[in-house]
Design a binder for this molecule. Structure first.
Ligand code: SAH
Ligand code: SF4
Ligand code: F3S
Length: 463
């Protein structure tokens, strides 16, 4: 089952040996790890693998950084300010490290795929013990073994992904929902985006591996899965994405299937059909628009026009009556005129989005848009951003008010953080519902009547 973008498979076995060796060195020492994850769900999924490896190496997790014997930062670089934040963070750890003998600090993830960052860490942050990237994260046990036994700092980053790494241990954050990566990397090269440079070329994971993982998750009691990829619609490994959805649809025990992200240029009629036919498919699509101006879309290298996008939305809404559609929007792309921005607002309204992640364009060195001279001044970007947010909030509230009096199925994820008597969960349309309840329904699917729509959540009553 090998196709254009399917991948060779790297198996974890060699690393498992390092895990055993470190675990026996650590035996009886009650060592703890602390992991902080920045960025997207793909990084969350990677962190679950890093946590899984740490557990195999004899560490247990702690949410208190002061108690940790090993601290891991899994970084993101999709926006520029993430870099400054990281330097702030690791700068502070220098004194922590001086006070705690044997404390190890590990930095990994997308930002480490950039050479200048690793150089800066080598030069200015000598208290960092290990640096690795996204493509060689499975080598963490070997690198940690070397750090412990050779007593020197380790900086090891692969330039591209040599294959998909399978059989890495995973420690899931949730016992109810789980991420399942189906593609790694991205081939789209949107002109503002750094992801293809730090995540490498797109590779699709073998469908049997995906299915086995989901079967195992179901047997562990997981109810909902989210298939992950930078563009799941270009999945291609002996079958396409809709084919994969049918292929996994006979797994029992999984009530809900979600996926993200979809690139509009690749969202096929067959996918809409699969969403209609497969009962486990949730009624939500995240479909980044980025801009509503044809000129900006072209400069972004997005490969669709606003009319094509709106036509797609219409088609989706026609077939999938209860669908919720969310999106990503960037304001202040180089050269964006006031008219371009107004078009974004108009298309946003026309599309009737239920929710959006909004971004101020951020220059990423190495991407084509970063070299442009017509960058938009900060005050203009900020003003546009405020206008966009106000529209997004108004429309989100409208969409939530529209759910009032409906009875919606909620997968209960736990108690609310602020009130012990309030449970929280998500609808099939991916909206957060809070409802009063004195029984702990965590992990159950229950029907909730929506009594009020707020901007950030729905308020419900258990029926
Ligand atoms: N692969 C996904 C998104 C990955 S990044 C997709 O194509 O939808 C998540 C979002 O970050 C993007 O959709 C985009 O809206 C935003 N983003 C990416 N690069 C950015 C940049 N340089 N400045 C501001 N926002 C950016
Ligand atoms: Fe970035 Fe575009 Fe790839 Fe998404 S599709 S990760 S925005 S290059
Ligand atoms: Fe950030 Fe890497 Fe995701 S750059 S958005 S963590 S793919």
């Amino acid at each position: 089952m090998q196709n254009r973008n399917s991948a060779d498979c790297i198996v974890f076995d060699e690393q498992a040996e390092y895990c055993h060796q470190i675990a026996s060195m650590n035996r009886g020492r009650n060592l703890k790890y602390y992991i902080e994850t920045l960025g997207c769900q793909m990084n969350e999924a990677d962190s679950e693998q890093i946590s899984g490896m740490l557990i195999q190496m004899g560490y247990t997790d702690t949410l208190d950084i002061a108690k940790a014997d090993i601290i891991v930062f899994n970084t993101c670089c999709v926006r520029e300010n993430a870099e400054f934040k990281l330097y702030g963070h690791i700068g502070k750890l220098k004194t922590v490290k001086q006070l705690k003998e044997g404390l190890l600090i590990v930095i990994c993830g997308c930002m480490m795929q950039q050479k200048h960052i690793v150089e800066k860490i080598k030069k200015s942050y000598k208290h960092i013990d290990i640096v690795f990237g996204t493509h060689n994260r499975h080598e963490f046990p070997k690198l940690l073994f070397r750090r412990i036994t050779e007593k020197k700092k380790i900086y090891e980053v692969w330039e591209d992904n040599k294959g998909i790494i399978e059989k890495v241990p995973v420690k899931r954050k949730s016992i109810i929902t789980a991420f399942v990566p189906i593609t790694y990397g991205c081939d789209n090269f949107c002109s503002y985006c750094i992801v293809p440079y730090v995540r490498g070329r797109e590779k699709s994971r073998n469908p049997e591996m995906i299915k086995n993982e989901i079967i195992n998750l179901a047997s562990e009691g997981i109810n909902e899965i989210t298939l992950l990829g930078q563009n799941v619609n270009s999945y291609n490994c002996g079958m396409d994405f809709p084919g994969l959805l049918y292929y996994i649809s006979d797994i029992s025990g999984i009530d809900r299937i979600r996926f993200m992200t979809s690139h509009p240029k690749d969202l096929s009629d067959n996918l809409i059909k699969a969403m209609k036919e497969i009962p486990q498919m949730c009624s939500h699509i995240h479909l980044p628009l980025q801009s509503g101006s044809n000129s900006i879309l072209k400069q972004m290298n997005r490969k669709y026009t606003k009319d094509e996008y709106l036509f797609l939305i219409e088609k989706i809404r026609e077939s999938l009556k209860d669908i919720t559609i969310s999106t990503d929007i960037i304001v202040g792309f180089p050269g964006e005129t006031e008219d371009d921005f107004q078009e974004t607002l108009q298309v946003y309204e026309k599309a009737g989005f239920d929710f959006a992640y909004t971004f101020i364009y951020s220059k990423r060195s190495g991407t084509p848009a970063a070299n442009r001279e017509d960058q938009i001044p900060d005050d203009v970007k900020n003003r546009r951003f405020a206008k966009l947010i106000s529209l997004v909030n108004d429309m989100t509230l409208k969409s939530n008010i529209n759910d009032e009096n409906k009875v919606l199925q909620v997968l209960v994820e736990g108690k609310s953080r602020t009130d012990d008597l309030v449970m929280t969960g998500r609808t099939r349309s991916n909206k957060i519902v809070n409802f009063k309840c004195d029984t702990d329904f965590t992990g159950s699917l229950i029907d909730v009547k929506i009594v009020k729509g707020h901007t950030w959540h729905l308020e419900g009553e258990k029926i």
